[in-house]
Design a protein around this ligand. Sequence first.
Ligand code: SAM
Length: 229
Amino acid sequence: HLSQRLALVANKVAQDAILADIGSDHAYLPAYLVLNNKIKSAIAGEVVKGPFNSAKHLVEELELNDKISVRFGDGLDVLKADDAVTCITICGMGGALIRDILDRGIKNNKFSGKEQLILQPNIGEKGLRTYLNKNGYTIISEAILEENKKFYEIIVAEKRPSNQELNEEELLFGPFLLRESHPVFIKKWQQELKQRHYVLNQLEQSSQNQTDKIDQYKRDILLIEEVLT
Ligand code: SAM
C-alpha cells in the first residue's frame, strides 16, 4: 500500500519511536510502521472528517486499536503532554501549511524539544527550511525522490544545543541534498531552472512593476546554474 514517498519517510523513523503522524489521511504510514515492528505506538491526527474516518476504518480493520490512536483535530492540537511523542511526521502538504502547524504547536507548547520532526513538503521547501532555521531546529538529514513525475523532498530536523546557520544556497537546495548531488536532485533543479527562466521571461515582459520578483528569480537562477555546473 505504501508509496515510495511514504516508504522513504518510514525509513527515517527511529526504531521504537512513539509517533505522531499529523494529516495522516488513511493512516497508512503509522499502520505500516506498527505492522513492521518499527514503532511502539502512534497517534494519527486528522482535521477532515473523510480522511479521519478512513484512518479509523483502517486501524479497526487491521486490529491496531491498541497501538494507533486516531484523533480528530487541527495539527498538533491532538497531542497531550503525556503522549510522550518522540517523532512527528507531517507529510504530503505544502511547506507553508507545515510551517503553520509547527508554529501553532510552538505557541500551544506542544513540543518537549526532544522530538524528531520528519517533514515532507510537496512545495515550499525553502520557506520551511528558513522557518526551521529561525526557530532553533537543525536539519540532520534529507532525502529526495521522484515518483509519478513529481519530486519530493524529506527533511529531518531536531533541536540541538548549537544553532545551525544555513546560507541562501542551503536554504534553497537543502544542506544535505546540496552536498549529495543525487541524480534526482540534478534532474529536479534542471527542470526548476527551465521553469524559472520561463517565468522570468514572462515577468520581464509584464507591464507591471515586478522588480523585486525579477531580482529574486535572477538570484535563484544564478544559484541553480552554479549548482548544476
Ligand atoms: N500524510 C499523508 C501522506 O503523506 O500521504 C496524507 C497527505 S494528504 C495530501 C494531507 C492530509 O492532511 C489531508 O488528509 C488533510 O485532511 C490533512 N490536513 C491538512 N491540514 C491539516 C491540519 N491542520 N491538521 C491535521 N490534518 C491536516
